[in-house]
Design a protein around this ligand. Sequence first.
Ligand code: TMP
Length: 210
Amino acid sequence: MRNSMFITLEGIDGCGKSTQSAKLAQWLEARTGQKTVCTYEPGGWPDGQSFRDFILGGGKLAAMTELLLFLADRSEHVNRVILPALRQGYSVICERWNESTMAYQAGGHELNISHVKRIIRACNFPEPDAKIFLDISPQTAIQRINSRGGKGDKFEAEGLPFMMNVASFYRLIAEDDKQRFIRIPCDDMDESEVFSAITSRLEAHLWQSR
Ligand code: TMP
């Protein structure tokens, strides 16, 4: 049985990915006995921070430029972090992946979804074993982002209509790929309830079906 897993966490800004990523890594290490690497996009590779600052900084970029930058970021991330870790037998938990690109650049910034999918497919990035979608309403997300204070990145500053488009794209994408997506409706759950829901669904998804 293969022990190392590649798991992605998806959802709109404020959905709680970072909190769940750290908890999930501990659980996965205990479950598999293998080291787990937690990473994120954009910028989760050595030298990636300046790339992240550029993409998420305030400057307005054309939607296509943005798409290509996120894919360039992913390419470095795959080659420098994700594939080396998986090849060593480690598991990888990554906050955001191809589905973020579909939901934000097609859903949010209205690029044509079939073009976006085609470009992503041509990149041939590794396919996750499971994609966890933390589904919260844009209203709850915006409350959480505001309660964190600070200015947020340029995507967080786009406001409710943008978030609603991204959220509805996520739901469509998850519906289209039921085999790999695990959708957790998070609005009425606290952090530990979300975590329990993730681990029990993952247990069934990753091991009982193999
Ligand atoms: P986060 O680190 O707080 O999740 O912020 C990353 C932001 O970048 C978030 O607003 C979503 C956005 N993003 C895209 O628009 N497309 C992508 O492909 C990725 C990876 C992130």
